[in-house]
Design a protein around this ligand. Sequence first.
Ligand code: SF4
Length: 763
Amino acid sequence: MSAGPTSYPVIPPGVSDFREAGAEAAAGWQSPEASEVTLVPTHCCYCGVQCGMYLKVDGEGHVFGVEPSAHDINKGKLCPKGVTAYQQVDHPDRLLHPLVRDAGGGELRPASWDEALDRVAAEIRRIQDAYGPDAFGVYSGSSLVTENTYLMGKFARVALKTKHIDYNGRLCMVSAAAANKKAFGIDRAANPWQDMLSTQVVLLAGANVAECFPVMSHYVWGARDRGAKLIVVDPRETPLARTADLHVPLRPGTDAAFFAAVLHAIDRDGRIDEAFIAERTVGWHDVRETIGGWPPSRAAEICGIDAELIERTATIWGTAERAMAFHARGIEHQIQGVENALSIINLVLATGQIGAEGKGYGTITGQGNGQGGREHGQKADQLPGARDIENPEHREFIADYWGIDEAELPHAGVSAVELVHLMETGDVRGFLALCNNPFVSMPNATRIERCYDQLEFHVQIDFFLSETAARADVVLPCTTWAEEGGTTTNAEGRVILRHKAAEPPGEARPDWWIVGQIAERLGAGDRFSFGSIEQIFEELRGASRGGVADYSGITYERLEQTGGLFWPVPGEDHPGTPRLFEERFNFPDGKARFNVVEWREPAEPVDAEYPTRLTTGRTVAHFLSGNQTRRIGALVEQTPRPWIEVHPSLGFAPGDPVRVITRRGEITLPALVTETIREDTVFVPYHWAGAVAANLMTVDALHPVSRIPEYKVCACRIERGSEITPSPPPPNPPGEGVGGAESLTTTDLRQPSAPQGRGTSDA
Ligand code: SF4
């Protein structure tokens, strides 16, 4: 079937209630514009909510606007990023031609596709012939559609024959993924978010929903409208925390201690679900012994909170008939991120709050395809269908499917940050990366730049010249999400279909075309001769068949008809699986696993020299490394530069220059003085590059299993600074009234009553 533009009824202007919007759209309501524009149904390019939207395309094929759709996910709502996302498509910064830097240095210059691709292939061959196949690494991304994430895993292992491929979800969702697999045997949210409307308690831990996943907020509001209580566990008083029944402002890095004490109190008060534990779980005895050592008084001291907050959490959760817990990067971006997630899962299992409507657990994926991007083989240790690359049966299945000998299939490589660190030692000398920006997004950024300086060859695929792409030897221009269809899987585990709305500008090409051209030049073209994104999906379906993440029953046509299917979908007559674990968990005995968790200190505890905790995160107007949103005028105007949040007790006035220093770097930022942050903690948002990049200061300690960096806590010192570190000018944002950051004064910073002043503890 065609995935091309489709005529579709628009949502009436001014309709904000999703029920009205849905009814009007279903009745075929047409605006006066409808006959003049094509409305292409698709989904947002940014976060893991994956809101439905219509891109407005004029008669000449240009995307010029957006309307929210009444899709079941967002029901007529979009956030500030979603309503401006379309401005990327015809942005003046779009890369329109391949760029090449001549050997010996110099500036990037335009080149033909043949010259650029020949150079890439020649450098891959040269480096692999001299140093072996693993000397060339691939770094992929979770903003890609699932088809391309599948393709990148296959490309690395079949065309390059390297074990070194990983993806930027390693910086985002892997702690939750590891915890889910340990406890449930499957890495997916347990419930559709619709279940929130029938729960009695929503617990959000380390998840600043209102700013990082804004449209998810309406599910939380819906729950509250129906009488549910809201508990927010976060070091900062985030926007939803202000409306919560209970906000627990614990110290960064103490989550596992908090949840151990909550479970201690629930057990002490006889509120565990003995029947559920006996019938559906294993391992409770050992967990019970461990939490026995965590009375609220002990945890309260470590968490820096009143023990009463632990008791109240235990009472609200422990007395509910139906409760749901969600978490995000706030608890996951730690060297105990997996344990933090497991401590929440222990709470859910011990109280039987899973496997039924209104009872559940979920992690909130950060990137648009954070879920699908971690299922089909671009992770260092994974093959399609969420298969294990070290499992002999899994290796045999995929090798056979790809038509190669199992012995040719590389084994597990290293994680993303470690992959970059291998440049330091010369173990990785060539690098191909797409849709990521490690100069802004990876911890201890100064070291990251040093690593890249050691590379002999670097090719970056992107649609804007990111800070990382600007230092590459070859830059290949790819399409935005509006110019390439395909599937993503949102934070609920719902597979959805994006439609292509426009042709790519200039000589920009789809990712799959670029990768196929390189494979062709490496002599593997016959395995990458796809003619469309849908053909890749058809191959992916087969590769996932029988795996944990089984997509074999999903077709574009079914996605079109249904608006999305929850995996696993093992057959074309299978309806999908919106709610997991109603009957069994994904282990041979069908039972969930409790996991013993022992809280430990962060990698870099505070001391006399560095007595304050630094935590980093997001703000509503920007997305991840800012390569997209720092170019959108309205978003730059809303939040032009980073700041530092400090508690009033520290003695700074609003806008004062505050110097924040860690063992790795320092920045002087304007103070945002607010009572929404703890006295012993400061917060800096991380979307900006260069001298104001928050990751100049973060620590590159990694979780021992998930290998996620500890972005959420390191030791710092703050003092009064003399001059605020200038923020690099925004890269050419379209729109009026937007100056470069140099033209802004500290008084431009909103005070805590404004949304962007609150930042986030999420990534
Ligand atoms: S909530 Fe996420 S998916 Fe929805 S419009 Fe905003 S950024 Fe896009």
